[in-house]
Write a new protein. Structure first.
Ligand code: ASP
Length: 436
């Protein structure tokens, strides 16, 4: 029988009704043997995520303020779920221990992790699956980085004798037993680690959307769904902000060639999106998706004979490194080079970076262009195909949009354009319409 690892996000487990959907999904396929839950998420737009409330409890204790009010909200959520599911499970006992730990000054990682811990205890009880604490199977080094080898060994060893289990997402423990969390959204990473360690057949990541869409639905009305996407394409799209999945969740499963299926807990009949290593020829679309982001600044540097000056770019990039700033893109000409940097990276550092470039690189001119947006059009199917770039540029020109920058890597899976912020939505529409 196949083995499927299922990870359910916070909105999939936000209340008892959602728990029921999750149980139906798991019962519908016996291969769904190991389940990785998140903490309860928002039930509506005004609601709070349990993880946020737990961080708040920790902040209250740190500031010497009582955590009673916030903790009561947390208690109500969990007690409500247990009650509505009619479970004979003493959640109060666990809540009291956690409250005391928090009052005694437990770490912020410990506080945040309890959302997944409690939700997994409830879910394991509800499903009749064994509970495996992530602190025993997800191993961190004492510097906070993941110890992948130890994690794979611990997962394999523990789960080999347990046919069906619930393993909380988001956290593990270091070698001293201290609880350590991944960055926000990290339950995806736990699911990926369990999948890779057990060499499972599929990693199902259940959320509240039916997979990826070809473009942002806030801009394009009802964009087409993406049925299959490669890891490389997804990386190009997520790099521009299309994030449904934690970035670190991709590498463990990709390494061992296991596909991920993004599924919707509220519409389990939808196929969702498969993320795979390679596409069948029949699945190749010219364009898989379009994504973009506003608010970049371009620093354009010119110097005569730049192309023959050894070490020019090294000096330039080391200035960014010294300022702890990463760049998004670096298009260049024979005597010019542009640094495209997101405004969030550049804040408060622009003047100092420019001064340093003047001092170290001695350029003929430096010009700063703010308010730039980047749009990437991604598709493995565009490789070796003629006319894709022409189609994008014609669409933008017809929409009266000036292209300020163009970039295409030799892998030919994406074409990046830089335009004015003000033209962002119009440009996404123009490109989407040209291919649909
Ligand atoms: N509960 C954690 C968060 O809100 C982790 C997760 O949901 O994946 O970030």
């Amino acid at each position: 029988m196949n083995t499927i690892i299922t990870k359910f996000g916070g909105s999939s487990l936000a209340d008892a009704n959602q728990f029921k959907k999750v149980k139906d999904i798991i019962c519908a396929n016996e291969s769904r043997k190991y389940v990785v839950p998140s903490a309860p998420g928002k039930r509506n737009s005004k609601d709070s995520k349990i993880t946020d409330l737990l961080y708040l409890c920790h902040a209250h204790v740190n500031a010497g303020i009582s955590l009673d009010d916030v903790f009561n909200h947390i208690r109500e959520r969990y007690v409500g779920i247990v009650h509505d599911l009619k479970l004979n499970f003493n959640i109060e006992e666990h809540l009291s221990i956690i409250k005391k730990d928090l009052e005694d000054g437990a770490s912020s990682d410990y506080a945040a992790s309890r959302g997944e811990y409690l939700n997994s205890l409830i879910l394991s009880n509800y499903l009749g699956f064994e509970f495996v604490d992530a602190k025993d199977v997800i191993v961190f080094n004492n510097d906070g980085s993941l110890d992948s080898n130890a994690t794979h060994c611990a997962l394999r060893e523990t789960l080999s004798s347990i046919p069906r289990a619930v393993i909380p997402g988001f956290y593990g423990a270091d070698k001293e037993g201290n609880i350590v969390t991944f960055s926000r959204g990290g339950s995806d990473v736990t699911g990926a680690l369990v999948t890779a360690s057990l060499n499972a057949d599929l990693y199902e990541n259940w959320t509240d959307v039916s997979g990826f869409l070809m473009a942002d639905p806030r801009i394009i009305n009802n964009p087409k769904p993406i049925s299959t996407i490669t890891y490389t394409e997804l990386r190009e799209l997520s790099y521009m902000g299309a994030s449904v999945l934690h970035e670190d969740a991709i590498f463990p499963v990709r390494e061992v060639g296991i596909p991920i299926n993004i599924k919707n807990t509220n519409r389990p009949e939808d196929k969702g999106t498969f993320i795979v290593e390679d596409l069948l020829k029949s699945d190749l679309q010219t364009i898989t998706g379009i994504a973009g982001k506003k608010d970049f600044t371009v620093i354009s540097i010119a110097k005569a004979l730049m192309n023959s000056e050894l070490g020019f770019c090294r000096k330039l990039l080391s200035i960014l490194e010294q300022h702890n700033v990463s760049f998004e893109n670096m298009p260049s000409g024979i005597d010019t080079v542009c640094l495209v940097i997101s405004d969030s990276q550049l804040k408060n550092k622009k003047e100092s970076i420019i001064d340093e470039i003047k001092r170290s690189c001695n350029p003929d001119s430096i010009v700063v262009h703010p308010n730039m947006a980047l749009i990437t059009t991604v598709g493995k199917g565009m490789t070796k195909q003629k006319g894709v770039a022409a189609k994008i540029f014609t669409a933008l020109s017809k929409a009266d949009i000036n292209i300020r920058m163009i970039d295409q890597g030799s892998s030919e899976i994406n074409i990046l354009v830089g335009i004015e912020n003000d033209n962002f939505e119009k440009a996404i529409h123009a490109i989407y319409d040209a291919f649909n």
